[in-house]
Structure formats: C-alpha cells, structure tokens
Design a protein around this ligand. Structure first.
Ligand code: DAH
Length: 343
C-alpha cells in the first residue's frame, strides 16, 4: 500500500510541474484530491487494513494530501502572476497610471461636525456624554425642571404633544434630570440631541433643531466656573476672539440665569434677518442650577451646587460656517451639504 502512495506522489509531482494554465491546475486538484480523486479512492481501502497498517497508511496519505494541496496552490499563484506579467509586458490596453473612476463619497452634516467638535472639547475637560429620549415624559421636560403645569414659562416652548400624554422634547434640558437621577453628584455631563418646537419657520427658527445640554455639579461650583467653561468652549470652537455679552435671562430651572449672546457673524453686528436685526445671536443660555431641579434629580442642594447651559448646536453651526438661513440645514440639499467635506 505504501508503495501505491509513493507511486501516486511521483506521478502527481510530475503532472503539477508540467501544468501550464490555471484550469489545468484546477483539473489536477479535482483528479487527485477531489471527492472521487485518486487519493480519496485509496483511502477507501483503509477499512480493510489491519490496525498497524491502517495507522501508517493513514498518516502517509494525510501527509501526501497536505503536500499536494500546497504544491497545487503554489503552482496556481505562479501561473496567475505570470499571466499578469505577460499582459503588462505586451504593453496592451492596461495603463496603470490612469486615474481611477471617482465615486461620490458622503460628508458629515455641518451640525454633526460642530457636535463632534463640542464633544471633543468637553470630554477633554472631563465631561461624559449622555443621552435622552426624543419622545419625552412631561415630568422630565417640564415639572422636574421647575416648570409646573399651567406655569406661563411653558408658553415659551410651543410643544408637540402626543396622544398618550408624552411629548417631543422641546429642549435637551430633561437630560439633566435623567443624568442626576442615574449618576448622582458630583456630575459633569453633556447631552447633545434633536429637539422639536411648534415654531413657524423663518431664517432662524425651525421645528426641528439641535441643542447640546451641559451640566456640572460638585461642592462649591460657582458662576466663575460657569464663565470659564463657556469661554473655553467659544474660543476653541471659533479659534479666534469672539465678541460676546452676558445678560440676565429667565429660565425656571436656573437661578440666577443668563443669556450669553454672540455678536452676529453673518452681518458682523450691523443687523440682518439671521439675528432678527439686533446684531446679537442668543447662543448659550446658562445659569446656576435651581435647588428644586437638584432635588428633582435626587441631589441635596445644601451640599452641592452646579451650573447648566444649553448650546444651540444648529445656531453654532450657522455662525461657524456662515449659513444665513436655518432651513438650509434640514433641506437635505446636497449642493449645500457637500461643501462640508470633513469625514
Ligand atoms: N433649555 C433652554 C431652552 O431650550 C436652554 C437652557 C437655558 C438650558 C438655561 C440650560 C440653561 O441648561 O441653564 O430654551
């Protein structure tokens, strides 16, 4: 039997050496190692052999099988390489210096680019990124933020209500409460996301827009910390000195509350439809977290203080890229979107 294997090996090696094309190699592979191949047929005799012989024969046959499949593969690669070399040397139609066919590659939406940038800045300052649902409960969107039912502050945010009593969140502020309840104090989080309001649209208002909420809670956090973080954000985003103004602002969930306005970058402050002809854009409302909000989040206001802010991500993108009309951003118009080629 061993002799049979030796013979098969001699014949096979010769044939593999002689093979001249890929298809010949494949034919040989089937003939030698295929289901009905010569080696496979030989192995069928195993069952008639004595134990010792079977062991030896089995081992030799296996070794031959491995050897042959490796040789076949090497031969196949050799032939294919030669084929390519031949066609190149013929100087035929294959010009490797021709530029490839270009295809359309997508790009990130300007709001996404700005969001990623703000996330980078805040994670660098030790903030964590959290999330919240777009379909929100009334409690988180209003009550827990110190806006009880029938409070006039609800009128500032014209809300889409669902039939089941939930709503489309009007701001990212509910994420503050969810984060406090989940992680407790101390806390440093940001929460970017989509928000909805029943607005009539114009150059600076849309029914769907993006905000990024931020919150820091610890012992002895003060307005100085708030201003430092806001300044760091703006100087990193715009990479130059920007003109801002801080004025008192009313939001039920902060006390005191501020509006941080940015000198309009579309008109340079002289007044345009984007800034409602005021020269200023409300960009960063912020303040010290109201004790009632801390309580709703399960945090003791006697022990901890904190600040919070809500960046208008959509507005930030408009200012950064000089987009004068917010409606462009939701339009899906590729002519506009393709200009922002960061991937
Ligand atoms: N949620 C507010 C809005 O959409 C913005 C805001 C104001 C967020 C003050 C805050 C804050 O965190 O402290 O109008």
């Amino acid at each position: 039997m061993i002799e049979k294997i030796c013979n098969l090996r001699d014949i096979a090696l010769g044939k593999i050496k002689e093979a001249a094309s890929g298809s010949e190699v494949e034919e040989l592979r089937v003939k030698l190692l295929g289901k009905k191949g010569e080696l496979t047929e030989m192995l069928k005799d195993l069952k008639n052999m004595a134990l010792e012989e079977r062991k030896q024969f089995g081992q030799e046959a296996n070794e031959l099988k491995n050897e042959l499949s490796e040789l076949l593969e090497v031969k196949f690669r050799e032939i294919s390489n030669n084929d390519v070399k031949k066609s190149l040397s013929k100087g035929s139609s294959f010009d490797i210096s021709l530029p490839g066919t270009s295809f359309q590659v997508g790009s990130l939406h300007p709001v996404t680019i700005v969001q990623k940038e703000v996330e980078r800045i805040f994670t660098g300052m030790g903030f964590n990124i959290v999330d919240g649902p777009e379909v929100e409960e009334e409690f988180f969107n209003f009550e827990a933020l110190n806006i009880p039912k029938n409070h006039p502050a609800r009128d500032m945010q014209d809300t889409y209500w669902l039939e089941n009593g939930s709503l489309l969140r009007t701001h990212t502020s509910p994420c503050q409460v969810r984060a406090m309840q989940k992680y407790g104090a101390p806390l440093k989080v940001i929460a970017p996301g989509r928000c909805f309001r029943n607005e009539s649209t114009d150059a600076s208002h849309e029914n769907t827009f993006f905000q990024l909420e931020g919150m820091m809670i610890d012992k002895n956090v003060s307005i100085a910390n708030l201003i430092y973080v806001m300044k760091t954000l703006l100087s990193e985003i715009f990479k130059r000195d920007v003109k801002v103004r801080l004025r008192p602002g009313f939001f039920p969930f902060v006390e005191p509350g501020f509006e941080l306005d940015l000198n309009c970058m579309i008109c340079g402050g002289s007044g345009c439809p984007t800034c409602k002809h005021s020269g200023w854009i409300e960009l960063l409302p912020c303040g010290m977290v109201h004790p009632n909000v801390l309580r709703a989040g399960g945090i003791d206001p006697e022990e901890y203080t904190g600040f919070a802010f809500g960046v208008g991500l959509t507005r930030l993108a408009m200012m950064k890229y000089g987009i004068s009309d917010i409606r462009v951003l939701n339009s899906g118009d590729l002519r506009a979107m393709e200009q922002f080629s960061v991937r």
